[in-house]
Design a protein around this ligand. Structure first.
Ligand SMILES: Nc1nc2c(ncn2[C@@H]2O[C@H](COP(=O)(O)OP(=O)(O)OP(=O)(O)O)[C@@H](O)[C@H]2O)c(=O)[nH]1
Ligand SMILES: [Mg+2]
Length: 233
């Protein structure tokens, strides 16, 4: 609870047994519930997350977005006012959570993106393909919808009310860009704050692999261009 607002964190994970306990341990005490959504990990991620105090859910369908959607479904009727999304690989600094929540609490923003491009990055933490892909996506969002972002970073906070309005759909790599496009289209009050970023613990699932990078890039660009179509939801 912070300023009388109930807060929840949703963490999608897939085989993150080496990092998930560190992530949970560094989440500030003002967070009311930590929800870890596991997608068929073949390691001890669930057990470790549960022992560290998180609520652990299992999503059968693979995919980052599918896990986030499962978390959103779980929190309905729980009266949370702010939802924070965070990765489970310890690349982001969970102790910086106050930075992404502050603009909502103090200035009434709807959505806050933690920008790794504006913040301190450990050398090699973001690969060149990720930096370029993020730049291109943000350039296109600005061109098509006039909203200026510098990153599609996973560490972000949104009011529950805005999240419901966005009616998120993407079940894999398009999740972060979908949220930003819809925020721009619906003219939500959105802002970025600098966040720190370090090399992940454990094995990369997305930008550190060729197949993950290709699939994510194709999906993100497809979603951006599809979103130009007014009837695309
Ligand atoms: N639930 C779920 N989580 C996933 C899936 N794929 C990736 N993740 C999680 O999503 C987060 C981001 O994946 P990463 O492998 O870190 O991808 P990345 O940040 O682009 O690449 P790195 O630079 O290696 O960190 C991590 O917490 C993963 O465990 C999936 O299919 N399901
Ligand atoms: Mg990562």
């Amino acid at each position: 609870m912070l300023n009388n607002k109930k807060l929840v964190v949703i963490i999608p994970v897939f085989n993150e047994e080496d990092s998930i306990a560190s992530v949970i341990k560094d989440i500030p005490g003002f967070i009311d519930e930590i929800v870890v959504v596991n997608n068929g990990s073949r390691d001890r991620t669930s057990e470790i997350a549960s022992n560290a105090g998180a609520t652990v859910l299992t999503e059968i369908d693979k995919g980052y977005g599918a896990a986030c959607l499962k978390g959103i479904d779980y929190i309905k009727n729980k009266n949370y006012e702010i939802v924070v999304f965070l990765d489970g690989d310890f690349s982001d600094h969970p102790c910086e959570m106050g930075l992404v929540i502050d603009p909502i609490i103090k200035d009434d923003y709807d959505l806050v993106i933690g920008s790794r491009l504006l913040g301190q990055r450990e050398k090699g933490a973001m690969l060149p393909q990720a930096i370029f892909g993020n730049w291109l996506s943000c350039f296109l969002i600005r061109l098509f919808w006039g909203y200026r972002f510098s990153d599609l970073g996973p560490f972000r906070a949104i009011t529950y009310c805005a999240l419901q309005k966005l009616d998120m759909k993407d079940r894999n790599f398009g999740w972060t860009v979908e949220m930003q496009i819809k925020a721009a289209k619906q003219k939500l009050r959105a802002i970025e704050v600098p966040v720190s970023y370090r090399k992940r613990i454990g094995i990369s699932k997305v930008t550190g692999t060729i197949s993950g990078t290709v699939k994510a890039s194709v999906k993100i660009l497809w979603l951006i261009f599809m979103s130009l179509n007014k009837s695309f939801k």
